[in-house]
Write a protein that binds this ligand. Structure first.
Ligand code: PDD
Length: 285
């Protein structure tokens, strides 16, 4: 699974993964003190990179770190890394940590951030997952109150995702104080009476780039979309539920907590919007 020859980027250099290493006192390792992004790349073209870089800037500002690169520099590094991989569809992962310092919770002074980037094959959903939908379990959202920041401190998300894995499901759908938030590594969209209803982008969900794209591609085919808080009972009684993320695109949820949901098959609105998504995303020329 891990290819030590894969070329990755670390602090200004392109090196084989097997030779990329970070000191143990890196604040990413000690505190999870850093932020990250995942950008899908189709046929070597990144999808919505400006939006991902804007979200990175929001995450960095939220954890009070300077952006180590301009958007043009980020774009150049990503382009170079993508060109060095043998596969055309990629998931570019990059993270910035507060750097290497003596262990002390307070910010260190005069320390350079650590910048790491890798481009893996894009793990798109299988045909079966698209056609049959996927299972989720539900759980209380017990994460912190800054879920709008894409931080590498993901133990909350990891524990919630494992509930799904333990149950043989794909995702864990989360509710906070009676309202839908998102899932452990995806956003959740709801369909009620032919309208897509999405929770607002507040501090309890990640402002998903795919969430925005799905909304846009739904509107492009005449499907109405409204943004408002979604009560748990409404979500669980919806006509359709969807997941969205950079690596899942948009997927129908067809089982919730071990029971078939919405007839156990992807609904008609999903099919229409999934097709719109496929038409709009970048493709090989
Ligand atoms: N996860 N919510 C959470 C908690 C996420 O981690 C993600 C993405 C999303 C969807 O965001 P986007 O559409 O921008 O990918 C929502 C990425 C893929 C990950 O951590 O691997």
């Amino acid at each position: 699974m891990i290819d030590p020859a894969q070329i990755v980027y670390l602090n200004g250099r392109f090196v084989p993964l097997g030779e990329a290493s970070v000191p143990v006192l890196d604040r990413g390792f000690i505190y999870g003190d850093g932020v990250y992004e995942v950008v899908p790349v189709y046929a070597r073209q990144s999808f919505r990179l400006p939006q991902h870089l804007a979200r990175l800037a929001h995450s960095l500002a939220g954890v009070r770190m300077d952006n180590p690169h301009t958007d043009a520099q980020w774009e150049a590094i990503i382009g170079d890394l993508v060109a060095r991989q043998p596969y055309a569809d990629q998931a570019v992962y990059f993270q910035v940590t507060r750097g290497v310092a003596r262990r002390d919770h307070s910010f260190p002074k005069g320390v350079a951030p650590t910048v790491f980037m890798m481009a893996n094959p894009l793990p798109l959903p299988t045909r079966e997952q698209v056609e049959r939908g996927v299972a989720v379990v539900t759980a209380a959202d017990n994460r912190w109150h800054r879920c709008d920041l894409k931080t590498i401190s993901l133990v909350g998300n990891v524990l919630l995702r494992q509930l799904a894995t333990d149950a043989g499901a794909a995702e864990t759908m989360l509710f906070r104080e009676g309202f839908l938030t998102e899932a452990s590594a995806s956003n959740v969209l709801v369909v009620s009476g032919g309208t897509v209803v999405v929770p607002p982008k507040d501090q309890h969900i990640l402002p998903g780039i795919t969430y925005d794209a799905t909304i846009e591609f739904a509107r492009a085919v005449g499907v109405p979309v409204v943004t408002r808080p979604v009560p748990q009972a409404e979500a669980l009684a919806a006509d359709e539920l969807w997941l969205s993320s950079s690596t899942k695109e948009v997927l129908a949820i067809t089982s919730v907590d071990g029971k078939p949901f919405a007839g156990g098959a992807p609904g008609p609105v999903f099919r229409k919007v999934w097709e719109s998504f496929q038409r709009h995303k970048p493709r090989a020329r």
